[in-house]
Write a new protein. Structure first.
Length: 266
């Protein structure tokens, strides 16, 4: 059952693999599946809205995050990959443009390695998942949720409303739940799968590595590394942007994805 959530999209509750979870949907056109990062699905924002001008944007809340159930089978990023492969099948989706942010980028890469048959393109935004020797980055478990939210933005002014939302006591339970699930998935080794990089060559769909030039969690060298490991992949780095291009530079991030998808179809 779908409920209107305003701003041209709807939110509905689904159950799959014994897990109830929320899905935001909006727009018209080819399907675009957006996989969120460790902070959760959040709200339908300008980034989603801009993409929804061209695509049917589908933005689920992962099992274990936000208001979704925490199923007993959820232990690894690979478990989420298999879940979303089941989701694509259950929804009958084909020709999907897959977009993943941070943890969701790792998830998108892992899913595409396993089975890209239902995918049209893959976009990895500031993705975790691999280790780059010598790259210095922030350990997200060594700072508070509020400080982490502040640090992942290039522009402190743009960070303010998100820091306030994270610090709001009304959101404390969701923030803690998302942190606990993230820790379970990426605690050791920190934020990468030592086996993923050796299989990235299996991704046979046009792939974009989209990064912020000031990403403190996974610096732009990660974009270059993903582009090197995935055949034919392209790296694009947005200036004056941190770890969350979808929040800090939503129009530029959405436009870069649309431009990439159009070029891949040419």
């Amino acid at each position: 059952m779908a409920n209107s959530d305003g701003a041209g999209h709807a939110r509905n509750r689904m159950t799959l693999d014994g897990c109830a979870f929320d899905v935001m949907r909006g727009g018209e056109g080819p399907p675009l599946l957006f996989l969120h990062g460790a902070s959760g699905a959040g709200v339908w924002g300008p980034f989603h809205e801009r993409l929804a001008r061209r695509f049917t944007v589908i933005a689920p809340s992962h099992p274990g995050f936000d208001g979704s159930d925490d199923p007993p089978w959820l232990d690894t990023v690979g478990d989420l990959s298999n879940f979303y492969l089941d989701f694509l099948k259950a929804e009958g989706l084909e020709g999907v443009h897959l977009v993943g942010l941070s943890l969701g980028g790792w998830l998108a890469a892992d899913l595409a390695v396993r089975d890209a048959s239902r995918l049209k393109t893959v976009t990895l935004m500031c993705a975790a998942g691999i280790y780059v020797q010598g790259a210095e980055h922030l350990d997200l478990f060594l700072v508070s949720a509020e400080e982490r939210t502040r640090l992942i933005f290039h522009d402190p002014e743009k960070a303010k409303p998100f820091v306030e939302r994270t610090a709001d006591p009304a959101n404390a339970d969701v923030v803690m739940k998302n942190q606990e699930t993230t820790a379970r998935l990426i605690w050791q080794p920190r934020a990468y799968d030592p086996h993923l990089r050796k299989w990235l060559h299996r991704i046979d769909r046009p792939t974009l590595a989209l990064w912020g030039d000031s990403d403190p969690l996974f610096p732009p060298v990660y974009a270059a590394e993903y582009a090197k490991l995935i055949p034919g992949a392209k790296a694009v780095v947005l200036p004056n942007c941190g770890h969350v291009p979808n929040l800090e530079r939503p129009d530029a991030a959405a436009d870069a994805i649309v431009e990439f998808i159009d070029a891949a179809a040419a």
